[in-house]
Write a new protein. Sequence first.
Length: 343
Amino acid sequence: MDLVSLTRRLVDIESISGNERAVGEFLLEHLSALGYAAARMEVSPERFNVYATTSGRTPNVVFSTHMDTVPPFIPSSEDSDHIYGRGSCDAKGIIAAQIGAAERLRQEEGAVTPALLFLVGEERDSQGAGVANQQAPGSRFLINGEPTENHIAIASKGTLRVELTARGRMAHSAYPELGESAIDKLLDALHRLRAMELPANPEVGPCTLNVGIIEGGEAPNVVAPFARAQLLYRLVGSSEGLKRRIIETVGDGAEVTFVLEIPFIRLRTVNGIPTMVAAFTTDVPRLSNWGEPVLLGPGSIHLAHTEHERVEKSQLHEAVELYCNVAKQLMNGYSQQASTASP
């Protein structure tokens, strides 16, 4: 199959989170034409995952990644070495490579019975993965695709989204003593949080904090009655101690709301493939019922979400080989364990 052509066709279908329907329809048609039993997995009105199997066979290895992208839409282009455009590495090139691997494994008719699972909403809240997890077929392994430069991840950092809300009392700025500035309260809380020591994991590195959004106030000449900040921590272990310390550090100056949490996870590796730590979060924690997870894919996470997003054509072809080899190694290892355990 033509990996470059398929990747470009996928990139040229705008699928910003919440608007994945068109790319889902394309994949349903494309996979059905290849002979898969391809089906919608309804998530919400106008949104669905795509699940494709070999008719009549229960899969033991599922290739999965996401169909949605971050904004803005950037159409595809290419040169001799790269494909450019939104989603080229995150994760439409991965979709193409996973289809290529599944096709090769189906033709070989070996120990691997592959399936494909393409999800909505990974870039926002992993809603598609949450729905899919309630409909798992009992597969042994999940090979999830994210841009890891074809390295295999030993772990994936988790995510803790935190919202701070400060409330004050409005007054004329000429008489600040008559008011109470919510912005001042928020800034004090943020200053303390930024100075707070964060956990570190010797194998995967430190927990990190990003202050992503700050908003509040009415006008430059008004003491602010309201202010809010949205923070994101990248987790390297359990969040319980961190959450307690955040609440203690903020104190009475602001309200703390934990908006979203995706846990830190360790992942299975395969001999012979270079390893890395995924400092980003994936759908994998929400797909626990789909088998033991592995994480790898073509492209660099440093280029994802940028105006220069691209993927190397050579990495796409390498990924097909890697996905096939990893699937075979996983199933061979499982078969050996099963035979050893037999009386």
